[in-house]
Write a protein that binds this ligand. Structure first.
Ligand code: DC
Length: 235
């Protein structure tokens, strides 16, 4: 039986950093589903397909093959055989991913890939609809959020550290826009699954969030059994 952990939440809540660290610490595979939507978005952008043109997007989906592999435990995303992991991280691709992930054709393309990955390995999968739609039977579900101000400041610091010029107010504005779209779309909107535990990371360090997730895992018999089998005492 697979022990999967689903982490959902809005942009900038710290999902990917936390999920990656947690997966490494506990010997699970980290699956970043946002990167898959970004790879699709990158394809639409490079083929100059407008985000409003649902028909063109649905038709373009036919020509896209997304695959995933792991290098030193890091997820690599391939778009029609090309490794696009590095070039999909920018704000423009993120915006396009949010705008085009509303379409059923785009979601259908990635849902099966995500479910197959979770069937093969014990995963920590992060995204927007993991607990509600992709893995409704995940043993552990987390809804990780933080205030828009905190999330925008984290993103601002991240970009500034990379030497990217940016504006805090603009980032916050874009984030609120993206949340609204992700939460209010018809297909698999972002929302907390009924059986997910909410963690607000606004006033927490990364270590504190990980400790909170570990505490939740302690309440899951199957998860503890898995840790015992691995001979680990981290929990
Ligand atoms: O997590 P991220 O910023 O890389 O995600 C980019 C966009 O992809 C996000 O705004 C909405 C979409 N997405 C989605 O619809 N469902 C997911 N499971 C993951 C991401």
């Amino acid at each position: 039986m697979r022990i999967n952990i689903a982490i959902d939440g809005p942009a900038g809540a710290g999902k990917s950093t936390i999920a990656k660290l947690f997966a490494r610490k506990h010997g699970l595979v980290y699956v970043d589903t946002g990167a898959m939507y970004r790879a699709m978005a990158y394809y639409f952008l490079s083929h100059e397909i407008a985000p409003e043109d649902e028909q063109a997007i649905a038709a373009a989906c036919e020509g896209v093959v997304i695959t995933i592999s792991y290098e030193d435990g890091e997820q690599q995303v391939f778009l029609n055989g090309e490794n696009v992991t590095g070039i999909i991280r920018g704000e423009a691709v993120g915006k396009m991913a949010s705008a085009t992930s509303v379409y059923p054709a785009v979601r259908k393309k990635l849902l099966e890939l995500q479910r197959q990955l979770a069937k093969k390995e014990d995963v920590v999968m992060d995204g927007r609809d993991i607990g509600t739609c992709v893995l409704p039977d995940a043993r552990i579900k987390i809804y990780l959020t933080a205030s828009p101000k905190t999330r925008a400041k984290r993103r601002f610091d991240e970009l500034t550290a990379k030497g990217v010029a940016c504006n805090l107010t603009e980032i916050e504005h874009d984030m609120i826009d993206r949340d609204n779209r992700d939460m209010n779309r018809k297909e698999a909107p972002l929302r907390k699954a009924e059986d997910a535990v909410l963690i607000d990371s606004s006033a927490l360090t990364m270590e504190e969030v990980i400790a909170a997730i570990e505490e939740i895992c302690r309440g899951c018999r199957e998860y503890m059994h898995r840790e015992e089998e691995r001979g680990k005492t981290v929990l």
